[in-house]
Design a binder for this molecule. Structure first.
Ligand code: BES
Ligand code: ZN
Length: 650
């Protein structure tokens, strides 16, 4: 690989010039997107069936030097079109390894908003089935998060992970990056010998001394699920083909938090059929990981903010496990139907949680999400994006990231809950089970889903269901099922009474009868309400129920009693900082705020806090100051979103 690096500079300049090589490709050809709104690939003419990667991971220069060997099915194309963004292409060859012949290629212009990236057009012959792209990543390879030692738990070893979904795989591998194309992959990865490499594939459980690892993913997956992580990682098996990978310092905590994984697996298989991927392991990444979890096949990536010590956030792991069916087996054909991945998965997740923790807890979790959906719908109505509250979205010339909202997730899940109410649980379950079987290792569009739903569920049960309204119309249909959660009524009344200026948390008088000198005697003890008396989700509803203009002095009193700013639970911290940011109280808890934003990179927490700060001048200035201090700790996904919240004028 040494040679390769020396060669890169001159070719880099050449390939960056955007000068069409031979034959000159028309501007139109360079920017067409024939098969998918977010991919240039000409999949209908030629498509990758298997990808072999040869990768050298260089931490010093924070660069991956790679060869992407595409085995393609060619239906007579003279050009193979790939997606790329933030990559330097060194050369492209045709033919099997060792017998390769260099070929010409052209790199198209970047799309106007730099969302989709560039087309890489490679000249091929009618019978070409092997295309090899020699390339390297750059600092604009947005999928990659290179962590210095200080951002890891070990503090002594660096870390690298990738995040591909939705369209970032093209920033670390030149490929046809559309979810409608499924491919198998293999990889030879070279890393520093003190680090372990893992992929969304069959994985090693131990480091070897030469730092060379081979991977195979033998089941066809969409490109967004190709993933890599490199670090000082340990492994522990949990039984039932499940296990945990984590930085060694975190491993014990992870094992305790996720010890129910084997049981989750049994529950999931009992619901919707056998797990198809062999092993299921969870890799707990450093805190900068931009999501709670990411369903990379065989190896879910997870954020350490899930480690609360009380298993209160394990539903995220249930969610990622559920994706092994909804999303990974049956994949949305395009990002317009992300709800078919995420809505189905949230429904499945809720069913796993119900089996694991009982109906009351599962319904409380669902109720918290429903509250978020209602908020989102309100905001969408206010900022005139209400059109995007359809399940099926129009994403032409738009970032597919838009689809990642409570609409796809929660409206999507409530679509299935409402359907369950209409047809009965047994009927819906047998429908979903056959759906996962029928579309296994295939992709699905809204129209295909509707045809299958009509034929396999609605016609059979003779039930009329307003699925068109759910899928193609904005807002929440009136028949949306209501979750009954009596236990939450109390917490709602606490919030209401606090908002009315009262203190709902006065110590509660508890009457006790004791025996004294042979006589029964009444005593009264005043028991203060404690943080541990309520579930995390109950506290979330309480904080969210408080008036946004609550005075700093009153927030201070609450904080003294329940120590919200000092909790280790980031769900609570996030909600608390968001509320505090709307008053001056945020300046009293600035050290905690700073520490949180510095440590945690999960977008779901970081973004609402910056957005709340940005609502007033003083807050905005604090937000910008902190962001400038800590932005290099974030993955690009979080950094870009936070930047927009703080700097883009609307
Ligand atoms: N697949 C998603 C993450 C994703 C979606 C990344 C779309 C990029 C584009 C993952 O399964 C997910 O939904 N994560 C959630 C978990 C939660 C809903 C339980 C998260 O990270 O918060
Ligand atoms: Zn998901």
């Amino acid at each position: 690989m040494r040679v390769l690096r020396l060669l890169i500079l001159p070719i880099l300049l050449w390939s960056c010039s955007n000068e069409p090589n031979k034959p000159p490709a028309s501007t139109e050809q360079l920017s067409q997107r024939p098969n998918d709104d977010h991919s240039y690939a000409n999949l209908d003419q030629i498509n990758t069936k298997h990808l072999h990667l040869e990768l050298e991971i260089d931490f010093e220069s924070q660069t991956i030097y790679g060869i992407a060997r595409h085995q393609m099915q060619n239906r007579g194309a003279d050009t193979a079109i790939f997606d790329m963004k933030g990559l330097l292409i060194q050369k492209v060859t045709l033919g099997p390894k060792g017998l390769e012949k260099e070929t010409d290629f052209t790199i198209g212009p970047m799309d106007k908003d730099s969302i989709i990236g560039q087309a890489l057009l490679v000249n091929v012959e009618e019978h070409t089935s092997e295309v090899n792209i020699y390339y390297q990543t750059t600092s604009a390879s947005d999928a990659l998060d290179w962590l210095d030692t200080n951002l890891t738990s070990s503090k002594s070893k660096p870390f690298l992970y990738t995040q591909g979904q939705a369209i970032l795989t093209r920033t670390w591998i030149p490929l046809q990056d559309a979810p409608s194309n499924r491919l198998t992959y293999s990889a030879d990865v070279k890393v520093p010998s003190d680090l372990l490499a893992l992929m969304s594939a069959k994985n090693p459980t131990e480091r070897n001394d030469i730092g060379s690892y081979h991977f195979e993913m033998k089941r066809a997956i969409p490109s967004y699920l190709i993933a890599l992580a490199v670090g000082d990682i340990g492994f522990q098996d949990l039984g039932n083909h499940c296990g945990i990978y984590a930085e060694k310092e975190l491993l014990n905590d992870c094992v305790k938090e996720f010890e129910d994984l084997p049981q989750m697996m049994r529950v999931a298989e009992a619901l919707y059929g056998p797990y198809q991927w062999g092993r299921y392991d969870v890799l707990v990444l450093p805190y900068s990981f931009p999501f709670g979890g990411m369903e990379n096949p065989m190896l879910t990536f997870a954020n350490p903010t899930l480690l609360t010590g009380d298993k209160s956030l394990v539903s995220v792991v249930a969610h990622e496990l559920a994706h092994s069916w909804s999303g990974n087996l049956v994949t949305n054909h395009s990002w317009s139907d992300l709800w078919l991945n995420e809505g189905t998965t949230v429904y499945f997740e809720q069913r796993i949680m119900e089996a694991l923790r009982g109906k009351e807890i599962a319904d409380i979790l669902a109720q918290v999400e429903f509250g978020e959906l209602q908020e989102t719908l309100k905001e969408m109505a206010a900022d005139s994006s209400f059109q995007d509250s359809k399940l099926h979205l129009d994403l032409v010339n738009r970032d597919p990231d838009i689809a990642m909202s409570d609409i796809a997730y929660v409206k999507g899940a409530f679509f299935f809950r409402t359907l369950e109410q209409a047809v009965g649980r047994a009927q819906l379950d047998s429908f979903l089970k056959s759906y996962f079987k029928h579309f296994a290792f295939k992709t699905i569009s809204a129209d295909q889903f509707i045809d299958y739903l009509e034929a396999q569920l609605l016609a059979k049960s003779g039930i009329d269901f307003n699925y068109r309204q759910w899928i193609f119309e904005a807002g929440l249909p009136d028949n949306c099922m209501k979750v009954q959660t009596p236990r939450l009524d109390k917490i709602r009344s606490f919030a209401q009474s606090f908002n009315e200026g009262k203190n709902p948390f006065k110590p509660i008088a508890q009457i006790k009868w004791i025996q004294k000198n042979g006589k029964r005697k009444k005593t009264v003890a005043y028991v203060p309400v404690q943080y541990s008396d309520y579930l995390i989700q109950e506290w979330q509803l309480f904080i969210r129920g408080l008036h946004p203009q609550t005075k700093a002095s009153r927030l201070r009193l609450l904080d003294q009693q329940f120590k919200f700013s000092h909790t280790q639970n980031s769900e609570i911290l996030c909600d608390w900082f968001v509320l505090a940011a709307q008053s001056n109280y945020i300046f009293e808890i600035e050290p905690q705020l700073r520490a949180f934003l510095q440590k945690v990179g999960r977008r779901k927490f970081v973004l609402p806090i910056y957005q709340a700060l940005a609502k007033n001048k003083k807050g905005l200035s604090l937000g910008r100051t902190i962001f400038q201090e800590v932005k290099t700790n974030y993955h690009s996904v979080t950094r870009h979103s936070a930047w927009k919240a703080l700097y883009r004028k609307n």
